[in-house]
Design a protein around this ligand. Structure first.
Ligand code: CU
Length: 483
């Protein structure tokens, strides 16, 4: 990256539309100094969350107004212990009903935080307590689960998200420092342009590509050009200061309502130890990470390439729009450098898996996803198995049975598919069989197919949906029920 570009970035002076009443003066793009990042953590058994309007200072002259938890966005990191009951008291200081979803936890539907599963709303200017026993251990998160429809100031377009850490998992080994980094975008807007899909390797198989494509005019999409990690755009916050030889643990979360993202750190590899908070069977070092909305990756990096580097999104407009953070080695004073990841780097879940050793479950479920282009000024809608939500009796589960669920993605997007209250073990993806990778959200590539296995051991209605907000709102969801 050119120095000029970085300076532009650091001040975020020209990226996108101005968020500030004060236009930055030419030559005044340098920040006054790094802005402090707010990363509160709360631990224990009783948690208080207040939902209310907040401002987020992404960079000098870049202040976003949104809704958050306890006065910040991201909200406080909640630290719980595996198997130790907690109470989360939620106060809603807004004019609309709210829901807090605890993403990746195996808890009953009435406290999971989805209306479809029977969780009651937190009324406007009211209060509600959620009591549950957090499990399993690992990096989870919490976020609002309301619908947005055509209101881009609601649901997961707001700042209502935060990490939720459940202690009690396997020892991740020694490390010198630890960072929780949530990827976000802000100020979404409607577009009729096809999305610049930050997709995976174009050589991936496309077994679900229809012989005849639907050529009706597409409808609206939602996009953005302002990004951050936690509450700071690239260059605006404190760098992560490291020393040569240190091991740094990163907990990444894609808290975007919109898009799958990639991350790279020039000259370094990410040693991935857990996906969606669950330890992987085969930890591996990779050059490039991919996180769909809702996904988490725990990984450590050995700091063995001194310099000042940008840990950020490989896509230039995304990184330059703020999706990155500076890694600064001790006694290094140069301008932060970006170098694209090695060519042919791509994300593949199966490198972290084992060969399958057990026969496939005999109970089968199939979900076919299709997009209905709606034309100018309307949102595209989605169907599951040819029908709109709610699929009254489509997905009926036998308690205790193990299922093989196959996703058929007949759309031109890669979708992050999330199952509530259950864990999904990837059985096949990209045409490759695997086992032992336990997820709650799986990105199924464009026109791709994937199979996951799960055990129906969490009675009650269970929500399944795409984690892209406007896909979910316009039909990309289903309710699984126990017989
Ligand atoms: Cu989707």
């Amino acid at each position: 990256m050119q120095r000029r570009d970085f300076l532009r970035l650091a001040g975020l002076a020209t990226a996108g539309h101005s968020l500030s009443a004060q236009p930055p003066a030419p030559g005044m793009n340098m920040p006054m100094g790094p802005l402090p990042s707010i990363q509160p953590e709360i631990s224990g058994t009783e948690f208080n969350l207040t939902i209310a309007p907040v401002t987020v200072e992404l960079a000098p002259n870049r202040i976003v107004s949104t809704i958050g938890y306890n006065g910040t966005a991201p909200g406080p990191r909640l630290r719980m212990k595996d198997g130790v009951p907690v109470t989360v008291n939620v106060t809603n200081n807004t004019d609309t009903p709210e829901l807090v979803h605890f993403h990746g936890l195996l808890i009953p539907g009435d406290v999971d935080g989805a209306e479809e599963e029977g969780t009651p709303f937190v009324p406007p200017h009211g209060q509600r307590s959620y009591k549950f026993t957090p499990t399993p251990a690992g990096t989870r998160w919490y976020h609002t689960h309301t619908m947005s429809m055509d209101d881009l100031h609601r649901g997961s377009f707001t700042g209502q998200f935060g990490f939720l850490v459940i202690e009690g998992g396997p020892n991740p080994g020694n490390f010198d420092q630890e960072h929780y980094l949530a990827l976000r975008d802000w100020e979404p807007y409607f577009t009729d342009q096809p999305m610049d899909n930050d997709d995976m390797d174009p050589a991936l198989p496309r077994p679900e590509k229809p012989a005849v494509l639907d050529t009706r005019p597409p409808g609206l999409e939602v996009t953005t050009d302002i990004y951050s990690i936690n509450d700071k755009a690239l260059g605006a916050g404190e760098p992560i200061r490291v020393r040569q030889g240190e091991r740094v643990m990163f907990h990444f979360l894609n808290a975007s309502a919109l898009e799958n993202r990639h991350l790279a750190l020039p000259g370094h590899r990410f040693n991935v130890i857990a996906l969606d908070g669950n330890p992987v069977p085969v930890p591996q070092a990779v050059d490039l990470l991919q996180l769909g909305p809702g996904e988490r990756i725990d990984c450590w990096v050995e700091m063995n390439h001194p310099g000042v580097w940008i840990l950020g999104a490989p896509q230039d407009p995304v990184r330059e729009g703020g999706l990155g953070i500076v890694i600064e080695y001790a006694n290094q004073r140069r301008t932060p450098q970006w170098v694209p990841p090695p060519p042919n780097s791509f994300w593949d879940y199966t490198v972290f898996g084992k060969p399958p050793s057990k026969p496939a479950p005999t109970e089968k479920l199939d979900m076919v996803f299709e997009k209905i282009p709606r034309g100018a000024g309307k949102f595209n809608s989605f169907t599951v198995n040819g029908k709109a939500y709610p699929h009254e009796q489509e997905f009926l589960l036998k308690q205790g049975a193990r299922y093989r669920l196959t996703f058929h993605n007949r759309t031109d997007d890669a979708h992050p598919l999330h199952m509530h209250r259950h864990q999904l073990e990837i059985a096949e993806i990209y045409g490759k069989p695997t086992s032992g990778i336990i997820k709650d959200t799986v990105v199924v590539p464009t026109y791709g197919r994937a199979s996951v296995d799960f055990t129906a051991d969490q009675p009650g209605p269970t929500l399944f949906h795409c984690h892209i907000q406007h896909h979910m709102d316009y039909g990309f969801k289903a309710l699984l029920r126990y017989a």
